[in-house]
Write a protein that binds this ligand. Sequence first.
Ligand code: LMR
Length: 396
Amino acid sequence: WWDHVKPAPLDPINGVTEAFLADPSPDKINLGVGAYRDDEGKPVVLQCVREAEAKIVGCEFLESVSASVSSKLVEESVKLVYGNNSNVIKEGRFAGVQTLSGTGACHLFAEFQKRFYPESLIYLPDPTWSNHHNIWRDAHVPRRTFHYYNHNSKGLNFAALMDDIKNAPDGSFFLLHPCAHNPTGVDPTEDQWSEISHRFKVKNHFPFFDMAYQGFASGNLDIDAKAIRIFLEDGHVIGCAQSYAKNMGLYGHRVGCLSVLCSDSTQAVAIKSQLQQIARAMYSSPPVHGVLLVSTILSDPDIKSLWVREVQVMANRIRRKRAALRDSLEKLGSPINWEHVTNQVGMFCFSGLTPDHIDQLAREFHVYMTHDSRISSVISTPKGNASSLAFSSNES
Ligand code: LMR
């Protein structure tokens, strides 16, 4: 039956983890996957999660997630992206559903796009998170890329990006990273977002935001939602995928939200029912434990403010690690300009190392990173001993 099935190629991100795990060296270091770690290379459980856990103990009965818990998650999630006082929320002009983290939200949207705009394409930034390509490929939505990163300046290729928006057929779907762009760490400025939004308006493009790192760019959840708020003020119809994997450290719980703005609340009911129908065939209902944690954190004012502070602590620590890396490289006398390490924001640094460098680092020094030169600013070592690394800082 299965002789024709050949092994799938290694995933560009998970494949790095596999290579790291297979390396017997005690000194190996994983700069691959984007998962926040402490200075000992260990996963971090946020205090707000511990407090939410204490509150929900024994209350879930292991039933399927209830509509009220899912609705609470959606209600609180949309406030985070569109703002507490947003009219789209007051007027019920959005369709929102709980999803399997950001990946599930993107996939659900891709399936929805295919079902209701079967001829449409998706424009993805070049580069983007590698899984975006998998997701829209598997939903049978053809992909195009648009210019984003300038390899010479190690910043945004704004002029080329604007040209690509202009040259795409009217009414195209575009995926945008509203903050902490993965993998480059390069975000447009507020003025640039305004220009992008205006051009989208002229072209009647649909912006789909993948908000995987809210809080990780600036340390502030509202500032990191600024791009979306600009589009909102300009009256766009928007789609947004949210994930709590990074900013709540709930990687394994798969909690996310997909929201699609609508023209009125009647349309919202129709769209929500279609999204639920697609999800029903894929996985029936999402897992229950993580959503109880997230909805507890977001709806308890004390726990929420603890979370807001913890997000800021993580973002500040990442910033200090960037500064420490640049400082170490400069002190070591590297002739390369490393300004981009501190100019870029969020979890990732797009280092600019070549594939040969990256192979050599893995082979000779047991340092693992993705082949596009992305470095996760929070590292994982087998001994939990990160203190000797340039990318580690003693401050926490
Ligand atoms: C990453 O980019 O490393 C993260 O989003 C984790 C993943 O699943 O790829």
